[in-house]
Ligand binder design. Structure first.
Ligand SMILES: Cc1cc2nc3c(=O)[nH]c(=O)nc-3n(C[C@H](O)[C@H](O)[C@H](O)COP(=O)(O)O)c2cc1C
Length: 227
């Protein structure tokens, strides 16, 4: 085990997301894995059946306490979150022997926030957001490429050749069905691998109250869990 990583911070911090932020920054600066901000996002459908997939965590905001990710609002996850706006995520930094679990309610980010993040993306990703009806069936790979080319033409962009790829410098607006979500932290567990399976675990919980478009949180309480 890495000598730098031994256990949870001592004393346990009052709020957990600053530590999550620091752990992600360490995973990024130490280049422990290609996508240190990847996390598994679990949702449930109307039958209570769970589904999980990876998304990228784009923001961790300890106060008021949420994390952000971006996707297609009409994708499978988008439809599940529209029906049941709660989610759970897991982050795992294997080389750092650390795991984070965050659970809570979900809200959409503001249009201004989604616009700003969308504008920062590579033009091909922006094009892809228009061309792909994420999670819907498509006949073939060729049909998908044709949909991309059609969309590029419609938006006045060069055709995708595979090697084209300077920024065409054409404004690509955000599709209305694409944007961000905040996952409001209601329960956060930090886990550090220990010797002989004596892992160090602690869970922070708090009450959330609806507050305008988002939530405000009561004080965190924390307790250690058995491994
Ligand atoms: C490393 C990695 C990062 C990903 N990041 C995102 C992301 O930020 N947003 C997204 O919508 N899909 C992302 N995906 C694709 C999702 O895992 C998933 O295939 C897609 O969102 C469709 O999921 P759904 O059908 O459950 O809605 C990523 C996949 C991987 C492997």
């Amino acid at each position: 085990m890495s000598p730098l990583i031994d256990a949870l911070p001592k004393p346990l911090p009052r709020e957990p997301l600053s530590t999550v932020q620091r752990w992600q920054a360490e995973a990024t600066s130490r280049r422990t894995q290609p996508n240190p901000n990847a996390m598994t996002l679990a949702t449930v459908d109307g039958r209570g059946y769970p589904a999980a997939r990876i998304v990228l965590c784009k923001e961790i905001v300890p106060k008021p306490g949420y994390i952000s990710f971006y996707t297609n609002y009409e994708s499978r996850k988008g439809q599940e979150l529209a029906a049941i706006p709660r989610a759970a995520v897991v982050m795992h930094w294997d080389h750092l022997h650390r795991q984070v679990r965050i659970e809570g309610p979900i809200t959409r980010t503001s249009s201004a926030n989604s616009d700003a993040y969308f504008a920062s993306r590579h033009w091909q990703s922006r094009l892809g957001a228009w061309a792909s009806e994420q999670s819907r069936p498509i006949k073939s790979r060729a049909a998908l490429m044709a949909a991309f080319s059609d969309t590029a033409r419609r938006l006045g962009l060069p055709a995708l050749s595979g090697e084209s790829n300077g920024d065409p410098n054409v404004a690509i607006p955000r599709p209305p069905n694409w944007g961000g979500y905040h996952l409001w932290a209601e329960r956060v567990e930090l886990w550090v691998e220990g010797d002989a399976r004596l892992h160090d675990r602690a869970v922070w919980t708090r009450e959330l109250a609806q507050d305008g478009e988002g939530f405000s949180g009561g004080p965190w309480s924390v307790q250690r869990l058995q491994p």
